[in-house]
Design a protein around this ligand. Sequence first.
Ligand SMILES: Nc1nc2c(ncn2[C@@H]2O[C@H](COP(=O)(O)OP(=O)(O)OP(=O)(O)O)[C@@H](O)[C@H]2O)c(=O)[nH]1
Ligand SMILES: [Mg+2]
Length: 303
Amino acid sequence: MSMFEETPSKSPFRSGYVAIIGQPNVGKSTLLNTLLGQKIAITTRKPQTTRNRILGVYTSSSAQVVFLDTPGIHSPRDRLGQYMVETALKTLEEVDQVLLVVEPKLPDQAEEGIIERLARCTIPCILVVNKTDRLPRDKLLPLLEAYMGMKIFREVVPVSALKGTNVDRLVEILVENMPEGPMYYPEDVVTDRMERFMASELIREAVMEQTGDELPYSIAVDVEEFSERESGAVYIRGIIYVERESQKGIIIGKGGRALKRIGTKARLQIGRMLAATVYLDLRVKRREGWRQDDDSLRGFGYT
Ligand SMILES: Nc1nc2c(ncn2[C@@H]2O[C@H](COP(=O)(O)OP(=O)(O)OP(=O)(O)O)[C@@H](O)[C@H]2O)c(=O)[nH]1
Ligand SMILES: [Mg+2]
């Protein structure tokens, strides 16, 4: 018998699923990226950036936490919005813990609706007060106390997802509250999303960043071709769909300059993700009313 066989004092491996939910633009996807130390979800300063559930895996020697980033909960105005909100709410049924992410202020009416919903379900819920880098210090403690006073949240954790402040503490708390469990994913897996999906998201992020406030919601991106060349370079053909002819003009810009900027930004981001040289061919097409059309929604992966 080897002397290394027994290690009775070793603490058990813990694991579980955690939903990240909240209103649009509170910093859920930024938090996911910071938790993982890697960009897997796109983030912009515009609300309703995330449209699908994004899975991200955090693995240490003693625990694995599977995070599910979700679209912001809002009052939907079209089929796409309905799909997004359903996606967020359904995620609550499949997890061991919930992170409700909020701006560093008291809840508004819509947020109170989300909190009431959480109060009714039995899953442990942790409140994350994000963007604390924007809050004067003396305002923080009363805010945390107000949220604790609701007696709904197991913990109230202030963080700055952008700066990374206190995010380690948040992971500690999550792991402490996890049940004993297996490794759900191999330790080197960070997401279940394919590179093709990530490429289409990085293109959408570049479009959202380069265009004005109304346009982002009319855009969908489809990667028609994603192929590796013998040289190791990757060729990607992406189609940016818009709803109206005028929007096509905005995206392409004078002499194609706007589209060129979008392409450069997206190509650099995708290249970084793949660690490869990327040839990106972007085209813009019009598909009227796609946000209300089930076939189109399915085609773009919003099902
Ligand atoms: N100052 C500050 N800004 C932040 C912080 N976290 C996120 N942001 C910014 O808030 C904006 C929204 O961030 P996202 O991560 O896209 O927000 P989200 O909750 O995923 O948004 P949706 O996907 O639209 O629901 C971006 O401009 C972020 O840079 C933070 O801790 N501090
Ligand atoms: Mg998001």
